[in-house]
Design a protein around this ligand. Structure first.
Ligand SMILES: *[C@@H]1O[C@H](CO)[C@@H](O)[C@H](O)[C@H]1NC(C)=O
Ligand SMILES: [Ca+2]
Ligand SMILES: [Ca+2]
Length: 299
């Protein structure tokens, strides 16, 4: 549970001053979205050579920037200049990735192969670009590949109980730590304040599924916002009311090694099997009644 909280705090609290561990930020940006091929960023200003030949008094001050400065490439690519000195993104060689220094830096691909770091993973995926194999390869979870037991029907039902409880606790924790850190927006704080102040709230702890189920029935209203909030945290690229595989990855990837029903749970959420999880699908997956699903709560 501790690890869950750590991961989500990183995810939620982009402003969280100093994560205790030096978990690489890129874990949370496991974007391998095939659509965003174009490097994001602007071309550096091209300085006319002529300008340098006319002394202006501050000679030497205006050194031309390297074209790759501020030129961003997606994961797995690095910037290089072509013959005309224009920046371009090329596949990074996996061997140029720094080796992992801790076990949680390793990642497991959907090919069930362990990659030393996510850098190695994305570099490898890049070299497979355009192939069927490359298209199917995704980062599956954080940590070395291991045997993930099958998720049985009875266990599947327990997953949302823990997840909802955890979401609520994460929000309350963010609220409590949020002095000047702006971990939550003002609107979010107002919502969480109500949960925080509710005396009937089940305190964080290692509760049995029976107690969690009972609490969900009794204090159902407290769970509505946390479920919506998490959706909004993930629905970012783009903000469209649907979660793609890539958008779900920051939640899925750290969870799978700890919760073996993660994969099956999110598969079953996608009721219309279009590979996207819509807000309605997401919320009803977490037991939120149809009448309480409200896109205005995704704030
Ligand atoms: C994936 O790899 C792990 C570790 O090598 C192994 O224990 C497991 O059985 C593999 N899983 C599948 C589905 O092949
Ligand atoms: Ca989206
Ligand atoms: Ca769907």
């Amino acid at each position: 549970m501790q690890a869950w909280i750590f991961f989500l705090l990183c995810l939620a609290g982009k402003a969280l001053a100093a994560p205790q561990e030096d978990a690489p930020d890129e874990m949370y940006v496991v974007a391998d979205d095939p659509v965003t091929e174009e490097p994001i960023g602007v071309n550096p200003v091209q300085v006319e050579v002529g300008e340098f030949e006319e002394p202006t008094g501050d000679v030497g001050e205006v050194a031309p920037e390297h074209p790759c400065r501020n030129y961003h490439c997606k994961h797995g690519k690095v910037c290089e200049v072509d013959e005309e000195n224009n920046p371009m993104c090329v596949c990074q060689s996996p061997s140029s990735c720094p080796p992992s220094t801790a076990v949680f830096e390793k990642v497991c691909g959907t090919d069930n192969k362990t990659y030393d770091t996510s850098c190695h993973f994305f570099a490898t995926k890049c070299t497979l670009e355009g192939t069927k194999k490359g298209h199917k390869l995704h980062l599956d979870y954080i940590g070395p590949c291991k045997l993930i037991p099958d998720c049985h029907d009875a266990e599947l039902g327990e997953f949302p109980l823990r997840m909802r409880d955890w979401l609520k606790n994460v929000l309350v924790t963010l609220y409590e730590r949020d002095e000047n850190n702006n971990l939550l927006t003002e609107k979010q704080k107002l919502r969480v304040k109500k949960i925080h102040e509710n005396e009937k709230r089940l305190e964080a702890g290692d509760h049995t599924v029976e107690l969690l189920a009972h609490d969900f029935e009794k204090n159902y209203n407290m769970y509505i916002f946390p479920v919506h909030w998490q959706f909004g945290q993930l629905d970012q690229h783009p903000v469209d009311g649907y979660l793609s595989h890539t958008e779900l990855a920051p939640l899925r990837a750290p969870l799978i090694p700890m919760e073996h029903c993660t994969t099956r749970f999110f598969e079953t959420c996608d009721l219309d099997a279009d590979k996207y999880i819509a807000l309605e699908e997401w919320a009803s997956c977490f037991g939120i009644k149809e009448k309480d699903i409200d896109k205005d709560l995704v704030i």
